[in-house]
Design a protein around this ligand. Structure first.
Ligand code: GLN
Length: 216
């Protein structure tokens, strides 16, 4: 198995390390020819506006969209989630949404106070141990279609390790309701947080297992 990591911006090395830890080969993708012979693609975080422009200038915009539309499994984290979603609120009018997963996403939707935060998530799909999740100017999923499986939510009552005793994740009271942060639709997986920044490999393993199941 060989998984490409879109290498225009963001945590490319960290995603490749996570895949290597799972024994999976990876390759950076900077130009269209590098899209061939891949079993999946990771779209890292960064700035979705900048990544949209870099996709256009690198010539990858259309070829990557075609591969994803043809069923290439894709895993987007943070800005990558925005690029794979079906609509973006608070973005530039010319920024890309591949529409590979039926979610509407608000850029930087957790508000200024909550620009970055960490918390524990319950993710039944990867096991019973809580998953430590790092959010950095994260997108907020405002809507998810019926075909979308919500694998984890961040709840306003979640305790942050930084802030024990507080009644919730800081300004999440702004949001008020549990919001999806890990979602799947067919062979597309998206996370509002950064699983490549922690040592826990279970989210990358989930993506790898999605590819393996599909191959059967
Ligand atoms: N705020 C960024 C955006 O809107 C995403 C942040 C990230 O990827 N860490 O694109």
């Amino acid at each position: 198995m060989r998984i490409g990591v879109l290498a225009l911006q963001g945590d490319v090395a960290e995603h490749r390390r996570a895949l290597a830890d799972l024994g999976v080969d990876s390759a950076p993708v900077r130009r269209p020819a590098e899209l061939s012979q891949l079993d999946g693609i990771v779209i890292p975080g960064g700035e979705s506006t900048t990544m949209s422009m870099l996709l256009a200038s690198s010539g990858l915009l259309e070829p990557l969209g075609k591969e994803i539309a043809a069923g290439l499994p894709a895993f987007g984290t943070c800005a990558g989630m925005i690029l794979l979603g079906s609509s973006v609120i608070g973005g530039r009018s010319d920024q890309i949404c591949y529409g590979a997963i039926d979610i509407g996403v608000r850029r930087n939707g957790y508000g200024r106070q909550l620009a970055s935060f960490e918390c524990e998530l319950d993710v039944a799909a990867i096991g019973s141990d809580p998953l430590h999740a790092v959010f950095i100017r994260a997108p907020l999923v405002e809507s998810a279609g019926d075909a979308v499986e919500v694998l984890a939510v961040v709840d306003p009552s979640t305790e942050t390790p930084d802030d024990p005793g507080d009644s919730g994740v800081g300004g999440l009271t702004d949001v008020g309701v549990a919001t999806p942060v890990l979602c799947r639709q067919d062979s597309v997986l998206v996370a509002a947080f950064h699983p490549e920044l922690t040592a826990d490999r279970r989210v990358h393993r989930l993506f790898v297992s999605m590819i393996e199941k599909r191959g059967r």
